[in-house]
Design a protein around this ligand. Sequence first.
Ligand code: HEC
Ligand code: HEC
Length: 276
Amino acid sequence: MIPSLKRLAGYSIIFGLVLITALLFTSPAVAQEVAEEELLEQGAQIYAENCAVCHGEDGQGRVGATLAKNWPSIRPDLRVRDVIDRGIPGTFMPAWGLAHGGPLTEQEIDATTFYILSWQDGGPIYIFPTATPGSRLALTPPPGISGDPNRGAFLYASNCAVCHGLEGEGRVGATLAKDWPSFRPDLRVKSVIETGIEGSAMPGWSQEHGGPLTDQDINDITAYILTWEGAESIEGTQEPAVGPLTGWPVWVIVIGVFVIIVIAIIYYSRQNPSED
Ligand code: HEC
Ligand code: HEC
């Protein structure tokens, strides 16, 4: 009886330590680093198999252009990704994206882009992975707004973030994460998106104005932009979840481990009252 309890205590402590270690290794920062390493490795392999023949093993250029260089664009990732996806018509550079008859999935193009940009002086800029509708926690639509901000977030990331910043902080385009002074900010924002701003870099996005977006798309983007009004209260809801263990499961495990350790210590000291 007594030795088995002792052993139980020992096992509990080992189990607790293993859990804590597992927790550390699945923490967001570590998970992100692992993800980046995997992306680089994957990109390097795709590059070696498909691109090195024309662009040189280290991107130094052969028949194809030099890729080991600093890209002048504000979003080199979008630029490089797009060239890989579509190719450069009229040159030897083929289109690689599945959508354009090539063999590579979007994820594979992301990895290759990441690898190519790692040749820049300062390494790649970290905007990966491509925004997908599922990568954000659910956003609540602002009151009285009809669009779906979750779908809007996805459309925003692929169309607007280049100029306005991923969180609406402003880049070449105006800051959008702000309070709109208008009585009906939704109508104001929607109409700017539809028509664009003449004489500026802001294009019109509605199909009526030659853009690619439907009315529903624009409503959704508007709803998303307006979630930034009074941003303090919704901060945190826009953080993409990184790593498999974030939020409440972490706390359940931490508390569980703590309880196990306490029980183990109590058992252990009961079985050895005279040892000190
Ligand atoms: C058959 C040869 C060939 C292959 C294979 C090839 N490329 Fe290219 N690539 C070219 C040529 C040629 C150019 C330059 C085209 C031009 O602008 O004249 C180019 C241009 C590019 C550019 C744009 C360079 C710049 O300065 O704008 C990128 C990025 C690129 N290639 C990436 C890739 C990737 C990634 C792969 C593999 C998935 C690949 N290429 C495979 C021939 C090739
Ligand atoms: C090529 C860059 C570019 C892109 C892409 C772009 N914008 Fe803009 N946007 C601008 C610029 C520049 C301005 C400021 C124009 C000015 O006031 O002179 C602006 C202004 C705006 C404004 C008005 C801001 C204010 O304070 O009144 C809104 C709203 C807006 N953009 C939404 C969007 C949305 C939504 C998208 C994506 C569907 C988008 N923009 C894509 C460049 C861009």
